[in-house]
Ligand binder design. Structure first.
Ligand code: PEP
Length: 256
C-alpha cells in the first residue's frame, strides 16, 4: 500500500487563538503526550506566538509552523509577514490558502500560488489548503473546484519542490462547524487530488505526497478518517487547542 510510503502528518491550526503565555502552556501540555509519535507533529500558531512556540518545543518532536506568509520579501505591505522573516526565525512550515484566508481576506488561487512560491524560495514546507463550499458540493462540482484550486496553486512548482508540499483537503462546510466529511467522502476527494498531482507531475510524486483531511477532525472520528488509503494525516483546528484531543488524533495517525 502506498500509504506506508508517505509521512503521516498531524498539524494543529490554532487560528487566532492563544497568547504567548497560553501558547507555552498548551505546548507544554501537548509535548509529553506526543513525544513518542511516529507521525510528524506540527503546531501552526499566530505570528506573535512563533518565538515562544519555538522556545517551548526546542527539545521536543513538535515542529512549529506559521498560518500564512506574504509573497513579497519586504516592502509596503502593512500588517503582513514575509517568508524571509519566518525563515530567519527558524520556522519550517507555513499554511497557505486556508479557507478563512480565502473567505475573509480576499485570498485567491493566484495569490495562493504567489505565496507558495515565496515560501518555497525560502525553504519553508507548505501546507496548501483546498476545499469546496457547501453549495459547490451540492452542485456536484467538488472535483472540479478542488482540481482547479490544486492546479493553480501549484503552477510553476517543480517536481523537486513537490517534496516540500503537503496538501490539506478541507471542505469549507466542515471547518469549525462540527460537520465532518464521512471517511468515504474524505477518501474520494483526497484521491482526486492525488490523481491531479499524478497528471501534473507523475505517479511517483503523487504517491509520495502527503494529503491531509481537515474539517472538524477530532479524537472520536480521527481513526476512521485516517484509516483511508489516501488520507495521510489531518489539519486540525478546534481539537488542536485541547492537548488530550490533539494527542489522541496523533495516536490515531500512528495506528493507521
Ligand atoms: C482548520 O481550521 O483547518 C480546521 C480544520 O478547523 P476545525 O478542525 O475546527 O474544523
Amino acid at each position: 500500500m502506498n500509504k506506508q510510503l508517505r509521512t503521516a502528518i498531524i498539524a494543529g491550526n490554532w487560528k487566532m487563538n492563544k497568547t504567548p503565555s497560553q501558547t507555552k502552556e498548551l505546548l507544554e501540555q501537548i509535548a509529553p503526550l506526543t513525544k513518542d509519535a511516529k507521525c510528524e507533529v506540527i503546531a501552526c500558531v499566530p505570528f506573535v506566538d512563533l518565538q515562544t512556540a519555538l522556545d517551548a518545543t526546542k527539545d521536543t518532536n513538535i515542529k512549529i509552523g506559521a498560518e500564512n506568509c506574504h509573497w513579497e520579501e519586504s516592502g509596503a505591505f502593512t500588517g503582513e509577514i514575509s517568508a524571509v522573516m519566518l525563515k530567519e526565525m527558524g520556522i519550517k512550515y507555513v499554511i497557505i490558502g486556508h479557507s478563512e484566508r480565502r473567505q475573509y481576506f480576499g485570498e485567491t488561487d493566484l495569490t495562493v500560488n504567489k505565496r507558495i512560491r515565496a515560501a518555497l524560495n525560502n525553504g519553508l514546507k507548505v501546507i496548501l489548503c483546498v476545499g469546496e463550499l457547501k453549495e459547490q458540493r451540492e452542485q456536484n462540482i467538488t472535483a472540479e473546484i478542488v482540481s482547479m484550486q490544486t492546479k493553480i496553486a501549484l503552477m510553476g512548482i517543480s517536481e523537486a519542490e513537490m517534496k516540500n508540499i503537503i496538501i490539506a483537503y478541507e471542505p469549507v462546510w466542515a471547518i469549525g462547524t462540527g460537520l465532518t466529511a464521512t471517511a468515504d467522502q474524505a477518501q474520494e476527494v483526497c484521491k482526486i487530488i492525488r490523481d491531479v498531482i499524478a497528471s501534473m507531475y507523475n505517479q511517483d510524486i503523487a504517491n509520495a505526497t502527503t494529503i491531509q483531511y481537515g474539517g472538524s477532525m477530532n479524537d472520536k472520528n480521527a481513526d476512521e478518517l485516517l484509516s483511508k488509503e489516501d488520507v495521510d494525516g489531518g489539519l486540525i483546528g478546534g481539537a488542536s487547542l485541547i492537548a488530550e484531543k490533539f494527542a489522541a488524533i496523533v495516536k490515531a495517525a500512528d495506528n493507521n
